[in-house]
Design a protein around this ligand. Structure first.
Ligand code: GLU
Length: 477
């Protein structure tokens, strides 16, 4: 086999949704698995859909996701330009060659005539009207500056077949295809033409893309054949769905990669999760690094049916990645989510290691540290547990701890632990009850990121005493 070369060809029409990113990821994994090159090409010929800044989003996303392209607009290895709008003159040249070869023709039909071709359902199929024009007539019209498009000349009969790596044999009758536009009246190519010219010139061996192109591929193959170019091998991918019936859609802002990053997902976890949406490694492993995915990537594991995006599962996987971060790294990454109003008052370095095993996404840090900023009226029944069904014990624990801690000068996790344990013993209270009651009393909540000693240490002596006093009076009411 010649060198494997795959490409990712996003259109700069806004943010990158994870369905797109998965296509890019598979193309990357396949290239790397086979010792090949992975090319980035920007498909911006549809100027009406162009969104400012979207090209930058593509670069940033790939960089953040760790999908490293070998060639692209900023890494020209001799196949550039890699941005289609910069290749405009080249498409016209090939389209004209195709006209010479009979694979395409000039069409001068205006909108009115095209509209008149619609059937009762409003469906229009071009009737090859301009194919009948004589050479001389075409020359005249071109000379007089009449607006034109170039259309593909699809045979009226027969069918086109190819073998897709995922879907197997695909056959489409030519009758079902239209003589689609290859060059628009503004001189820009359509996707239908540009993808073929570029994939050929960039020596792409495997075209990996969404299955919305599965049935138009025979049409593209006709173009390869007309030019006498070798067809690439195709791998089409089933879509990622939002639920049973709806596709994830860029248009509706679904599942945007950058949004997930903002919410505090780690890029490695997102990439790992989306790799599994439509592909399963032989050993059913779920958590994999990029190099493990490259190693394991295998077409046999790619599914022809669509997969449903499950954020709960992605969250779980993200939590697994977070647990593996060093304390320092977790601190750095999660600090921006630690509420601004309290960041000057409390030492996040002390809190972060406690949170690391208790959050699934970094933004969980925000509500998991609510207890620092908010403390006030709460339901005293939160003291009650199966093991401690009696509020009198809570009351006794809090009163005793208040006195003991007030007298404690050296304020540290260890000294607070010793102090509470001595206090429990002196008052005949079980140590477990003591620490659990103090923890609830100083946070006003049942679920906290650490035990009583850590919470008291983080809050500091003054705040701890203030809170114990509040809780004591609450329990005495
Ligand atoms: N620009 C096309 C898209 O975003 C690329 C399709 C392809 O990979 O050929 O859908």
């Amino acid at each position: 086999m010649d060198k494997v070369r795959t490409r990712f060809a996003p259109s700069p029409t806004g943010f990158m949704h994870i369905g797109n990113l998965r296509t890019g990821l598979y193309a990357y994994l396949f290239a790397k698995k086979n010792g090949g090159d992975f090319v980035l090409r920007i498909e911006d010929t549809d100027q009406a859909r162009y969104v400012d800044g979207a090209v930058q989003v593509i670069y940033n996303t790939l960089k953040t996701a760790g999908i490293d392209y070998d060639e692209g607009p900023d890494k020209d290895k001799g196949f550039g330009p890699y941005i289609q709008s910069e290749r405009k003159s080249l498409y016209l040249k090939y389209a004209m060659e195709l006209v010479e070869r009979g694979g395409a023709y000039y069409c001068f039909c205006d909108k009115e005539r095209l509209d008149s071709l619609a059937d009762s359902n409003g469906v229009r199929k071009y009737d090859k009207h301009c194919l009948r024009l004589s050479k001389a007539e075409i020359e005249d019209r071109l000379k007089s500056g009449q607006s034109y498009v170039i259309r593909q000349n699809i045979p009226a009969e027969g069918e086109g077949s190819y073998v897709d790596m995922v879907y197997g044999k695909v056959t489409v009758p030519y009758h079902d295809m239209e003589d689609c536009i290859l060059i628009k009246s503004d001189g820009m190519p359509t996707y239908n033409f540009a993808n073929v010219v570029d994939d050929h010139l960039m020596q792409i061996s495997h075209v990996i893309r969404g299955n919305e192109y599965l049935s138009s591929t025979p049409q593209y193959n006709l173009l390869y054949d007309s030019f006498g170019w070798e067809r690439p091998t195709y791998m089409h991918l089933a879509p990622i769905m939002k639920d049973e019936t709806r596709k994830l859609s860029k248009r509706y802002g679904d599942a945007n990669f950058e949004d997930f990053i903002q919410k505090g997902y780690l890029p490695e976890a997102i990439v790992n999760y989306i790799a599994l949406l439509g592909w399963c490694p032989k050993d059913n492993r779920e958590k994999m690094t990029m190099s493990e995915m490259i190693e394991a990537f295998d077409v046999d594991g790619i599914s022809i049916s669509s997969s449903i995006f499950d954020e709960v599962k992605m969250k779980w996987l993200n939590g697994e990645y977070i647990k593996e971060l060093s304390d320092e790294k977790f601190y750095e990454l999660s600090l921006p989510y630690f509420k601004k109003g309290i960041s000057s008052k409390y030492d996040y370095r002390k809190i972060a290691p406690l949170l690391k095993t208790r959050v699934d996404i970094l933004s969980d840090v925000e509500h998991k540290t609510d207890f620092l900023a908010q403390f006030g009226e709460y339901d005293k029944n939160i003291f009650i547990t199966k093991r401690m069904p009696d509020l009198a014990i809570a009351n006794a624990s809090v009163s005793a701890a208040l006195i003991a801690l007030k007298n404690l000068d050296d304020w540290s996790v260890d000294s607070i632990r010793d102090c509470l344990s001595a206090c429990a013993e002196a008052h005949g209270i079980k140590n477990g009850h003591m620490v659990s009651n103090v923890r609830v009393a100083i946070t006003g909540t049942e679920v906290t990121p650490g035990g009583a000693f850590e919470m008291a240490d983080i809050l500091g002596k003054e705040e701890t005493i203030k809170r114990l006093e509040f809780s004591k009076s609450l329990l005495e009411k």
